[in-house]
Design a protein around this ligand. Structure first.
Ligand SMILES: [Mg+2]
Length: 399
C-alpha cells in the first residue's frame, strides 16, 4: 500500500478546522483533522509534509512520526505539531482499514466496551472564528444547544436537562469574564460571588450526582487562581482545569499544594516531554491530553502510558474536531487508565456530523464504538463542494 495523495478540506462553516485525507494506491483513505490556524496547517502539510510522505510504501505511524519530527517547533502545539498530529491520526485510520481492525484494537485494546462522557457546555459556534481563548470567540450565544448561554444564565436548569439525558458530568467556565477584566491579575468579591453562583445553582439543582468540572483556561495569575480554588472547595468540583498556564509548572505545583481541589491539565501540553515535569511535580490529578495537539495517537498513547506510570488517569480533550474525537475514543477504549471522555453535545448535534459520520454512539452518558475498521468514520462528500469547503490536493507525479 503506497501513499499517493494528501488532501485537505477547510470547511467554510468552521474556519479553525483543517481536515486531512491521506489516499493510498489501493483506494483506501485515512482521516485526520487539525484545529486552529487551519490555513497555516494546510500550507505546512502541502509544502513540507506531502513531499516527505507521498510515495511511502506501507507507512507506519511510528516511522512517519519520527520522520516528521521538526527541528524547531516541537515544544508546543504549533503548526508543525498539529499538522503532524492530523497526519498521524490519518495513518492509524488507514492502517486500521488496511488490516480490517479498529484503531482501539491496533492500540492493544480494547480494555473496555464503553466509556462515560461528560458535556462541555459550549454552544455550536464556540471557537469558530479565531484561535483566541476569549469571550469574543464564544459564538452567537443564541439558538438550540446554546449550553454556554445556559450555564451563564440558567445553570440549574441546564444541569437538570443534562441529567435527564443521562449525563453525569458537565464543564463550565464562569470565571473567564473576570479574568479578561483584569488580565487574570485579581478577582473582585462581586465577580467571585457571581461566578460561584453558577456552581452553587448546579449543586442546588442536581446535588452531588453531577460531576462539575470548572475550567479556568489558564487565564489567571497564581494568587488569583488560589483564591478561586479555595472559594470552590465547598462545592467539591470534580476538578479545576488549567487554573494557570500549564508551563508554569513550579507555580502550578505550589498552587496544588495550597488548595483542596483536584487539578486537571494537559490539553496544551505537548508530548511526553511536556507531560513528564507536570507529572513529576505532583501538581496534576488528571491528564486532559489532546490527541492531535500533543502530536497524534502515536505520542498520545505514550503520554497515556506515562500518566499510568504516575497513577494518573487520562480524560482526553475534545473541541478540536470530530476525527480527533473519534481517535480519543479509540485511545480511551484501549487505555486502562482512561477515566472518561470530554464531549460537546452542541458540536455532536450540529457541525461534527457535517464533517464525518460514524462517530461513537452516546446514550445515557456512555459511548460505545462500532466495529468498523480504522476510526469507523466516513467523510461527508458535501465537503468537496467548493461552496462548502476550501480543497487542496497534493499528489505524487505518478498517481
Ligand atoms: Mg480545557
Amino acid at each position: 500500500m503506497r501513499l499517493v495523495a494528501l488532501e485537505t478540506l477547510r470547511p467554510r462553516f468552521q474556519k479553525n478546522l483543517c481536515v486531512v485525507i491521506l489516499h493510498a494506491d489501493n483506494g483506501l483513505v485515512g482521516l485526520g483533522d487539525a484545529f486552529f490556524q487551519s490555513a497555516a496547517v494546510e500550507s505546512y502539510l502541502h509544502e513540507h509534509v506531502a513531499p516527505l510522505i507521498l510515495g511511502l510504501e506501507d507507512p507506519s505511524p511510528e516511522a512517519v512520526s519520527a520522520q516528521l519530527a521538526p527541528y524547531v517547533g516541537f515544544q508546543g502545539g504549533g503548526v508543525e505539531v498539529r499538522g503532524n498530529g492530523a497526519v498521524d491520526v490519518a495513518l492509524w485510520d488507514l492502517l486500521g482499514r488496511q488490516t480490517g481492525q479498529t484503531v482501539a484494537r491496533l492500540l492493544g485494546g480494547p480494555s473496555r466496551d464503553e466509556i462515560s462522557v461528560y458535556n462541555t457546555c459550549a454552544g455550536p459556534d464556540y471557537i469558530q472564528e479565531s484561535s483566541a481563548q476569549r469571550s469574543s470567540n464564544w459564538g452567537d450565544a443564541v439558538g438550540q444547544w446554546e449550553d454556554l448561554t445556559a450555564f451563564m444564565e440558567r445553570p440549574g436548569e441546564l444541569a437538570k436537562d443534562l441529567y435527564a439525558e443521562g449525563l453525569r458530568g458537565m464543564k463550565v467556565w464562569p470565571f473567564d469574564h473576570a479574568a479578561e477584566a483584569s488580565a487574570g491579575t485579581r478577582i473582585r468579591p462581586d465577580e467571585l460571588a457571581k461566578a460561584l453562583r453558577v456552581v452553587s445553582d448546579i449543586r442546588d439543582a442536581v446535588g452531588m450526582d453531577m460531576d462539575v468540572m470548572v475550567e479556568l483556561h489558564g487565564l489567571w495569575s497564581r494568587r488569583a487562581a488560589v483564591e478561586i480554588c479555595h472559594a470552590l472547595e465547598p462545592y467539591r468540583p470534580f476538578w479545576v482545569e488549567d487554573p494557570i498556564r500549564p508551563d508554569a509548572i513550579d507555580s502550578l505545583q505550589s498552587l496544588s499544594n495550597e488548595v483542596g481541589v483536584p487539578i486537571a491539565t494537559g490539553e496544551t501540553a505537548t508530548g511526553r516531554r511536556g507531560f513528564l515535569p507536570l507529572m513529576q511535580s505532583g501538581a496534576i490529578s488528571y491528564a486532559t491530553v489532546d490527541v492531535q495537539w500533543t502530536g497524534g495517537l502515536t505520542e498520545a498513547r505514550k503520554v497515556a502510558n506515562l500518566a499510568d506510570t504516575f497513577a494518573i488517569p487520562i480524560a482526553p480533550h475534545d473541541c478540536t474536531g470530530p476525527i480527533t474525537l473519534a481517535a480519543c475514543f479509540h485511545l480511551s477504549m484501549a487505555q486502562p487508565n482512561a477515566l472518561f471522555q470530554e464531549t460537546v453535545r452542541s458540536f455532536l448535534r450540529t457541525w461534527y456530523p457535517r464533517i464525518a459520520t460514524g462517530l461513537p454512539r452516546i446514550s445515557d452518558g456512555v459511548a460505545t464504538l462500532s466495529s468498523e475498521p480504522g476510526l469507523g468514520l466516513t467523510i461527508n462528500e458535501d465537503l468537496r463542494d467548493p461552496s462548502v469547503a476550501h480543497r487542496r490536493v497534493s499528489r505524487i507525479d505518478s498517481a
